[in-house]
Design a protein around this ligand. Structure first.
Ligand SMILES: Nc1ncnc2c1ncn2[C@@H]1O[C@H](COP(=O)(O)OP(=O)(O)OP(=O)(O)O)[C@@H](O)[C@H]1O
Length: 372
């Protein structure tokens, strides 16, 4: 199809292309009732004039944590003006000032000026207001591990949970959201005993749940009969394999685009296959872009080699190129293996029989095609 035709083609398969956006709020949000009830139980004391219960919300990526909390916050704010719910994305806000600016914005509709106002003034204004208006505050920290990395978690938690000591009657609580169980222990280490939370867990979705969610999303996003159950099943299979619902939702959108570009009125298996291949190469590009210089150099050495190298041979070559210690070489190799860019295989040869072969998991040209 000529480019002009693609651009001018006004028939579309998409009823609402925004239904596949990352920030789309689905009307149908199933399978998370018990978790949402758990959250509601934690907030209920605050509606009744008491203190909210702190909680930790755990679950692997794309299990609906963010969506659930936003839905519950909205419900709470619709039924009570005595509880202020503030959602904070810790990838974006990691300093005390940054976080309290967001809370300030929630309460007063605008952020405090970035310069010239000390943190203590913003803090005091927020807490005084809550005390005077007799409003409770619940703050949700999404991806809270970013707060540990910036070493601010303890201070910020303390600022919020100990406010009542300085500001009489202030009632506050925290929901900490984590997507990696490893961080559950880090949370205890990083935040002292002011924070004794209740755990709420989001289990991974089953195949049939994923199928239902994708079907619902396809109904919201495509015109009727654009996509069949068989095709949704295909996408659900791939989603379970990669273990990330977001990948499945995005795949629906990419399939729709490919079908449209082929002037097809329905999404066919070949479109799904093409979409999966395309998505794979986008992921590879993102992974390679996230590497540091040393990791890149090592990956390039593996990709450039005409034959399969052993770890020993590679380390020799790499030492000359990058001038790093064996420990660094080993760590870098582990990282590339962790990112599933390479595999290492014991050969049974070598001095102690522990010589390893380094095998690239992608075609060298695919790797080199990613700005390596
Ligand atoms: N039960 C569900 N019904 C419909 N859509 C869902 C459901 N659960 C998750 N989603 C969709 O999956 C995507 C990821 O959900 P969400 O951001 O809530 O997950 P998360 O657990 O917060 O993920 P992360 O830990 O990666 O931030 C969103 O597009 C959301 O709309």
């Amino acid at each position: 199809m000529a480019i002009e035709d693609i651009l001018m083609f006004d028939e579309t398969l998409f009823l609402n292309i925004n239904a596949f956006n990352p920030d789309y709020m689905p009307d149908n949000f199933n399978f998370r009732d018990s978790q949402m009830e758990g959250m509601a139980m934690c907030i209920r004391p605050a509606i009744q004039g008491g203190r909210p219960t702190n909680s930790v919300i755990m679950g692997s990526c794309a299990t609906g944590k963010t969506t659930a909390i936003k839905k519950v916050f909205e419900l709470v704010e619709n039924i009570s003006d005595k509880v202020v719910c503030c959602y904070i994305n810790c990838q974006l806000h990691t300093t005390r000032f940054g976080i309290f600016s967001q809370i300030h914005k929630k309460l007063f509709g605008h952020q405090p000026p970035e310069t010239g106002v000390p943190f203590s003034r913003v803090y005091e204004k927020v807490m005084k207001y809550l005390g005077e208006e007799n409003k409770a505050l619940v703050v949700a920290f999404d991806d809270v591990n970013y707060l540990f990395q910036s070493q601010n978690a303890n201070k910020v938690f303390y600022d919020i949970l100990r406010a009542y000591e300085e500001f009489e009657g202030v009632r506050t609580g925290i929901f900490a959201i984590l997507s990696d169980l490893e961080f559950r222990y880090a949370l205890d280490k990083n935040v002292n005993t002011v924070f004794i939370p209740q755990d709420i867990t989001f289990q991974p979705y089953t195949y049939s749940e994923i199928f239902d969610i994708l079907s619902d999303r396809a109904k919201a996003g495509f015109f009727p009969s654009v996509i069949s159950d068989e095709i949704v099943e295909e996408i659900a299979n791939h989603t379970i394999e990669v273990g990330d619902l977001r990948v499945g939702i995005d795949l629906l959108r990419v399939c729709g685009n490919i079908a449209e570009a082929n002037a097809s009125r329905t999404i066919e298996l070949e479109h799904v296959e093409e979409a999966i291949a395309k998505q794979g190469s986008v992921n590879l590009m993102e992974t390679i872009n996230s590497l540091n210089d040393i990791e890149r150099t090592l990956l390039k050495a593996v990709a450039d080699s005409d034959e399969i190298l052993t770890a020993g041979e590679l380390s020799k070559q790499f030492k000359e190129e990058a001038n790093v210690s064996y420990a660094t070489f080993n760590r870098t190799l582990e990282k590339l293996e962790f990112l599933r860019l390479i595999d290492t295989k014991f050969t049974g040869k070598g001095v102690r029989g522990n010589s390893r072969e380094i095998i690239l998991r992608f075609a060298p040209e695919d790797i080199k095609g990613c700005n390596l």
